[in-house]
Write a protein of this length. Structure first.
Length: 273
């Protein structure tokens, strides 16, 4: 059993404040349609993340998973609720955040090296040290020697590796990943899961990972949070007990399949919210 498995947790939130890196409490998000109707995307969604923890979120399509991630990232505003960093309300992570979306969103006219360095330019951080870190990150994701290539010369999986390196280049405290492997074929997706596990084990960033793949969530995570249908909220949490590094043979383990089946049952159930 890993260290995070022994954390005191309840309904997606850590019970010991000293363990909490990011705390999301009763976050609600309402949208207004063109016709003036109000739609509630999130309803009192609560969760917390420990420093160095890998947490996945699964839920039905349209339940507000991506909306929740964007609110944490500051891309969208919440209607109600609170978000605290190390106990400080509305405080952004001091080391910043890295965000990886489903599509790599690379600039085609820039080299791979320059694409990874984009956050350094935006944040006006020292370039010399960052360039060295960029080369190390590209080596970590298996792209050493591709620094001078352009995005159009890389496969989809390779481009997504570039986007992960870019999200890590400024050494963020928190890595937010919104269905990062959703556009990849099954074989590439499996390879990327192994790559992400290797990357996470090398730097132990706190990861908040959105996915539609139940098996992917169980394979990668310390905890899996399950969301209800819209309006989304956390309805159950599963602690994943397996030691790392994990291999795909784990899928034959009865405990692994029990966890997968439990999540599948939750997602297939009719949730009264």
């Amino acid at each position: 059993m890993n260290a995070v498995s022994r954390l005191a947790v309840e309904n997606g939130r850590l019970e010991n404040p000293a363990e909490v890196l990011l705390d999301v409490v009763d976050v609600t998000k309402d949208y207004e349609t063109r016709e003036g109707d109000e739609i509630r995307a999130l309803d009192r969604a609560s969760l917390s993340l420990a420093d160095g923890e890998f947490v996945s979120v699964v839920g039905p399509s349209g339940c507000g998973k991506s909306t929740l991630l964007k609110i944490i990232a500051g891309i969208e505003h919440k209607t109600n609720g609170s978000i605290a960093y190390r106990g400080k309300p509305d405080q952004r992570p001091q080391g910043g955040m890295g965000v990886v979306f489903q599509t790599p969103v690379l600039l085609p006219w820039l080299t791979i090296l320059e694409n990874v360095l984009l956050p350094i330019r935006v944040l006006r951080l020292p370039r010399k040290a960052a360039a060295e870190r960029t080369r190390d990150l590209l080596a970590l994701v298996g792209l050493a020697g591709f620094e001078g290539k352009y995005p159009g010369e890389l496969s989809g999986g390779m481009q997504q590796r570039v986007s992960i390196a870019r999200a890590l280049v400024h050494d963020p405290d928190l890595l937010l990943m919104d269905e990062p492997f959703g556009a990849l074929d099954a074989l590439t997706r499996e390879r990327m899961s192994l790559e992400l596990q290797k990357i996470w084990m090398s730097n132990r960033k706190t990861v908040f990972f959105i996915t539609h793949s139940i098996m992917e969530s169980v394979f990668l995570s310390d905890r899996v949070l399950v969301m209800s249908e819209r309006p989304g909220r956390i309805i159950e949490e599963l602690v994943i007990p397996f030691a790392r590094p994990r291999r795909f043979e784990l899928a034959a383990d009865p405990e692994f399949n029990k966890l997968v089946a439990r999540i599948r049952d939750l997602l297939g159930a009719s949730i009264d919210v």
